[in-house]
Design a protein. Structure first.
Length: 98
């Protein structure tokens, strides 16, 4: 994705968040849970979340005494924009072929 590509670890972090997305509510797995499933440390899981926030693909909603909620809407918006741009590019290429 542009302008900030996802690293393989960031992609796996997002997939782990999606495992916990059961309904319309924001997922809220603990960093420890994500880290165990990925085979990494909790510290590294937090670092991945910070990187995704800095890239603009994730928002964390901190809750006192509870696990954070993870908002993936910025990522979904970016993916939708990318899909639309790809579709427009294909349409233009098809017009250019005629």
């Amino acid at each position: 994705m542009k302008p900030y590509p996802l690293s393989p670890a960031e992609s796996l972090f997002i997939l782990q968040l999606m495992v916990h997305k059961w309904d319309a509510r924001l997922p809220y797995p603990a960093y420890r849970t994500i880290a165990e499933r990925m085979g990494i440390s909790s510290v590294y899981a937090r670092r991945l979340a910070r990187k995704l926030v800095m890239k603009g693909y994730l928002n964390r909603r901190l809750r006192v005494g509870r696990t954070a909620r993870f908002d993936l809407q910025p990522l979904f918006d970016q993916l939708a924009a990318q899909a639309l741009a790809d579709q427009e590019r294909r349409k233009q290429a098809a017009k250019d072929d005629f």
